[in-house]
Write a protein that binds this ligand. Sequence first.
Ligand SMILES: Cc1ncc(C[n+]2csc(CCOP(=O)(O)OP(=O)(O)O)c2C)c(N)n1
Length: 366
Amino acid sequence: MTTSSLPAVHRLLPSEQPLRLIDQDGLAVACDDVIPPDDATLMALHRSLLLGRRFDTQATALTKQGRLAVYPSSRGQDACQVGSVAALAAGDWLFPTYRDSVALVSRGLDPAQVLVLLRGDWHCGYDPIATRTAPQCTPLATNTLHAVGLAHAAALRGDPVAVLVLLGDGATSEGDTHEALNFAAVYNAPVVFLVQNNGFAISVPFAKQSKAPSLAHKAIGYGMRGQLIDGNDVAVVYAVVREALDRARVGDGPTLIEALTYRIEAHTNADDATRYREQAEVETWLQRDPIDRLTTYLRGRGLIDDDSVAAVVAEGETQSAMLRAVMNADVDGDPLELFEHLLASKTAALREQRRLLADELAEGGA
Ligand SMILES: Cc1ncc(C[n+]2csc(CCOP(=O)(O)OP(=O)(O)O)c2C)c(N)n1
């Protein structure tokens, strides 16, 4: 029986095993359900992975130097972020979370602008309209509703836009995610939900998060297609997200994709992951590094060599040096800006707080 002749209900179910195109030893895997990316795309993805990883380690280092207030590393999840964003068309929208800085940089946003919010400023650093990238959201799952709203509006206007929203396994337990998935399915909104299941919501392991066979299985309950993929295989992430976005754009409805991956670093620089997980588990996942596997595959095919890798590594060093130069300069901000842009007319309490701060600043406080 071919897939298309199965009852519709079966076509919504994910595969039993995560879809994969390149295994952890860097070998190609036959997968009838997915069109593999061509060689040029794989080489471009490899470059983005290397540059993204360098950005991530640089951002982590900046927290240790006190230049960045907080940084949630996505090391280990690199393939999810790089692969999914590469699948977006220029006119598509991205709705990221706090963990998705590498996705933004990979989309071409200025790394220094991406870090503005995490540096503690009140704005997101880049122009969401011009970049078609929503501000990184910290309240879990709020971006799912925003994404569906924008997708539905685009469909009503007849704009050929698809929307990608990124969320974590923990965020799937939020009520907002339920509403977003339900609304998206009912209104056939052109949106793709990519859950990066990295095993933890801070210290809460996935076993305490959901009893579902997989998060991708939840899709059928909403009447949308679910896909389960290997989130450390950038080739399959790119291919499956690309197909889902293409389908969304032509009116074939939303998709829920679960990418199985792992957060190598702590939740943020403010977290101590040794308190809730064993180092042996981290070591296991280090063996499944998403960059190593693509490197092995491309080297095996003769598509990259030491010189081409060294050139990208050098590019990453140049970008990091530029980022450090921006981040090492002190911000010349106006503390009173804290009171702007939130409420059209300030409450009495806010007016009083603003007056107190203004007095303190006038007296020479910093
Ligand atoms: C609505 C809301 N509730 C609680 C939090 C506190 N919080 C911050 S991160 C986090 C865990 C999120 O886990 P997950 O969605 O899996 O994403 P990850 O951090 O692993 O990328 C929680 C509970 C929050 N930011 N927003």
